[in-house]
Design a protein around this ligand. Structure first.
Ligand SMILES: [Mg+2]
Length: 243
C-alpha cells in the first residue's frame, strides 16, 4: 500500500501546511509551540502483550500458543468477527487494561526529554470506542499517564486525530495514518506487525522510541529554523515551555 508523503512534490496529496498550536490565551496571542500529537495504544502503552494474555484467558488457550505478530483485528489470535468489543470491554472493565498494561520501552523518558525541549505533548487516543464505559476508560487512562510520568498538557479522546491540529503525529494505526496523510499531516509511524505493509520513507517510520525521538527532534529543529527565519524570529526559553 503506497501512501501520499507530505512535502513530496510527487505525492498524490499536496501538502497544504497544517498550522499547529491552537492554545488560546485569555487576552493575548499565545506563544507558539510545536505540538506533538501522541497516540497511546501501541505507541506509549504496550497494548499487544497485555491483550495477548487477555485473549488467551478469554479463549481458554495457552498464551504461548498465540503468535507475537498480530494484525489489527487480532484474527491470528482467534478473535472472531463481532467479538472484539466484548473482549475489549472485558479487558478494560475486568482486567484494568488501560491502568495496568506496561509502557512501551523508552516512551516515558523520551517524552519527558521532548517536553523539556519545549514541545507540547498532546495525547490523542481513540479509546472511547465502546459506549457506557467512558468513566472507567478515562480514569484508568489518567492514572496510567501519571503513574508512568508522561508529560502532557492536552488529553484528547477522539478518533478524528487531524481535527486537533498537531504539527506532528506519532501513531501506529493504519487507519489513522492513512487519514492523517490524506489530510496532509506529518506523521511518524510507530512500527508494528499491523502496519508493516504501509510503504513509507524512513523519515516516517520508527522502530522504537530511540528512533522516534530522533525523528521528532529533527522535525522540531526544522520547525524552529523556519520560525527563526520568519516573523517569530526569537523563541525565548520561557515561550518554549508549556504554559
Ligand atoms: Mg494506537
Amino acid at each position: 500500500m503506497s501512501l501520499p508523503v507530505p512535502g513530496d512534490p510527487g505525492s498524490a496529496v499536496k501538502r497544504v501546511g497544517a498550522s499547529a498550536a491552537t492554545i488560546t490565551g485569555m487576552s493575548e496571542a499565545p506563544p507558539r509551540q510545536f505540538v506533538l500529537g501522541v497516540d497511546l495504544d501501541g505507541v506509549c502503552a504496550d497494548y499487544y502483550p497485555f491483550m495477548r494474555r487477555v485473549v488467551a484467558e478469554w479463549l481458554g488457550q495457552d498464551v504461548e500458543s498465540l503468535p507475537l505478530d498480530v494484525g489489527w483485528e487480532m484474527a491470528e489470535w482467534g478473535v472472531g468477527p463481532g467479538e472484539f468489543h466484548k473482549l475489549h470491554r472485558f479487558a478494560v472493565v475486568d482486567r484494568n487494561l488501560f491502568r495496568d498494561m506496561g509502557m512501551v520501552p523508552g516512551a516515558g523518558p523520551a517524552l519527558r526529554r521532548l517536553s523539556n525541549r519545549g514541545l507540547r505533548i498532546r495525547i490523542i487516543t481513540h479509546r472511547l470506542i465502546i459506549e457506557h464505559f467512558h468513566r472507567i476508560a478515562v480514569s484508568q487512562t489518567v492514572e496510567w499517564l501519571d503513574f508512568h510520568g508522561i508529560p502532557y498538557w492536552d488529553l484528547c479522546f477522539m478518533g478524528e486525530k487531524g481535527a486537533v491540529n498537531a504539527d506532528l503525529y506519532i501513531d501506529d494505526s493504519p487507519g489513522n495514518i492513512a487519514a492523517l496523510l490524506g489530510d496532509s499531516r506529518d506523521v511518524i509511524v510507530f512500527s508494528h506487525s499491523a502496519n508493516r505493509h504501509l510503504d513509507l520513507p524512513a523519515t516516517q517510520r520508527a522502530g522504537d522510541w530511540e528512533e522516534a525521538e530522533r525523528l521528532i527532534v529533527e522535525r522540531f529543529e526544522a520547525w524552529r529554523r523556519r520560525l527563526d527565519g520568519g516573523e517569530d524570529a526569537e523563541l525565548s526559553r520561557s515561550e518554549r515551555q508549556p504554559i
